[in-house]
Design a protein around this ligand. Structure first.
Ligand code: FES
Length: 122
C-alpha cells in the first residue's frame, strides 16, 4: 500500500552544498536535478528546469522569493512556482515544480513533489 507521506531524501550537509549560496543536487532514485537556494525568505527547492523552454536554472538570479531564468528572464515565485513576469505583458508557461525542503541537524532534506499539484504551496 502506498504511503501518502512523501519520501524525504537527505541530500547533504548544508555548508558543503551552499559554498555558492545555491546547490544543484540529484534527488531520489531517478536523480532528479533539484536546485536548492537560500534567501532571506528561507530555503527553496525547485526542479532545475525552467518550464518555459527547459533551460537549466543554475545561473538564474535569485532574490527574496523570486527566481529569474537567465535565458529569457521569466520570473517565478519560489514559494508557489507561478510565473510572475517575463517577456510580454502577460507571460505564460507552466509553473516551476516546487519541492519541500528543510534542515535537519545541519543537513538538507528534500521531499520531491510528484507533480506540480504536489508543490507545497500550489
Ligand atoms: S527558458 Fe527560462 S525563461 Fe525561457
Amino acid at each position: 500500500m502506498a504511503s501518502d507521506h512523501p519520501v524525504e531524501y537527505d541530500v547533504g550537509h548544508v555548508e558543503e552544498l551552499f559554498s555558492r549560496g545555491r546547490a544543484v543536487v540529484p534527488v531520489g532514485p531517478d536523480e532528479l536535478p533539484v536546485l536548492v537556494v537560500k534567501t532571506r525568505r528561507g530555503l527553496f527547492a525547485v526542479t532545475n528546469r525552467c518550464p518555459h523552454r527547459g533551460a537549466s536554472l543554475d545561473d538564474a538570479e535569485v532574490s527574496r522569493s523570486t527566481i529569474t531564468c537567465a535565458l529569457h528572464e521569466y520570473r517565478f515565485d519560489l514559494r508557489s512556482g507561478r510565473v510572475t513576469g517575463g517577456w510580454g505583458t502577460r507571460p505564460t508557461c507552466d509553473p516551476l515544480v516546487v519541492h519541500r525542503v528543510r534542515l535537519a541537524d545541519g543537513r538538507l532534506v528534500v521531499a520531491l513533489a510528484r507533480s506540480r499539484a504536489d508543490s507545497p504551496r500550489a
